[in-house]
Design a protein around this ligand. Structure first.
Ligand code: BTN
Length: 327
């Protein structure tokens, strides 16, 4: 976690019109002058434009789009989601970091978020990698610690897709579709993916890690992804605020989860079904890890599995899988 770098960057952001002396920064952050010079170099290495002015000190020359906890916390209207933020300029994978914290027995509050400006080994579903360009996307993992009965874990992940759907539509005005199980599409192309991983005892999930990758301000996607993936910027024709999308998601998820606690599965199944063109009447071919299942979608069951009516009229209930074909 880059807490000290965050503090330094925040101090520079608050003094953008003037140069701040290394001496003053060292005093405020309670470290030596040489530590400040070292941290400034690290920030420059992460793309921050900091001018070092002889005699006067350091000055940011461009306001960076950085997801500093200091910027998020005061504006976030949630009780639990995102109240604790672990922020990195670069990390291997926010999901991997979250799992490491939990495995090492670190006390992490329910709703904590691990955010990275870029990932060196971003993970996608089914062993794929996740393209994690700096400053362009939102790469974060939400840690849910309330003890969730194992069968409900996929449902909570669908709840995250609903919250993302609502947040993106509200922030950007774009039309967002949810592709089963957890992709968000704009204009038929993927804009966001979710990788849920869990720490489980035998019948309870002790922690659910919901990793989210959202393409926000990519000007273009790598050629091998461009026919299937897009970004909010490409789809809307304008830059979008990563921090606003993140806050809108956290606020929406808190409300989705609280409806779920009060009313049960319908609080997630009903909006998911309303917002997904995949819920019913879609012809799919799904690889569930063991076999290929083909048929028409017939809604979700109470645990969030998709019901697929196969050619012989049987209903298969599929909890997770890879949609290899759809029409
Ligand atoms: C997918 O394959 O669609 C899921 C992609 C999930 C990517 C996100 S980025 C933040 C979090 N950390 C990871 O390593 N992966 C998830």
């Amino acid at each position: 976690m880059d807490r000290k770098l965050d503090e330094l960057l925040f101090a520079l952001m608050q003094n953008m019109t003037i140069a701040v002396s290394g001496e003053k920064l060292a005093q405020d952050l309670k470290v030596s002058h040489s530590t400040i010079s070292r941290w400034v170099e690290k920030l420059r290495g992460s793309g921050m434009e900091i001018r070092g002015e002889l005699f006067t000190g350091y000055r940011l020359t461009r306001l960076p789009d950085v997801l500093l906890p200091q910027l998020i916390r005061p504006r976030l209207h949630t009780r639990e989601m995102g109240r604790t933020v672990f922020h990195f300029f670069s990390v291997d994978s926010t999901n991997a970091f979250a799992l490491r914290m939990l495995t090492h027995g670190r006390k992490v509050p329910h709703g904590a978020v691990v955010i990275a400006e870029s990932q060196t080994a971003g993970r996608g579903r089914l062993g794929r990698s996740w393209h994690s360009e700096p400053e362009s996307g939102l790469y974060f993992s939400l840690i849910l610690r309330s003890r969730i009965p194992t069968p409900y874990a996929p449902l909570i992940t669908l709840g995250a897709a609903v919250a993302l759907h609502n947040a993106i539509e509200r922030e950007t005005g774009l039309d967002v579709d949810i592709k089963w199980p957890n992709d968000l599409l704009v204009g038929g192309k993927k804009v966001c993916g979710i990788l849920a991983e869990m720490q489980a005892d035998f019948d309870r999930v002790s922690a659910l890690i919901i990793g989210i990758g959202l393409n926000v301000n990519h000007a273009a996607l790598p050629a091998e992804l461009a026919d299937r993936a897009t970004s909010l910027r490409i789809a809307s024709g304008r830059m979008q605020s990563r921090i606003e999308c993140l806050m809108a998601f956290l606020e929406d998820l808190e409300s989705v989860l609280s409806h779920f606690e009060q009313s049960g599965p319908s609080a997630i199944i009903e909006p998911w079904t309303r917002h997904s063109s995949f819920a019913a009447g879609r012809h799919l071919r799904v690889n569930d890890g063991f076999r290929m299942i083909e048929g028409m979608t017939r809604g979700l069951n109470a645990s969030g599995a998709i019901r697929i009516e196969t050619a012989d009229g049987a209903i298969e209930e599929v909890y997770s899988g890879d949609v290899v074909y759809w029409s």
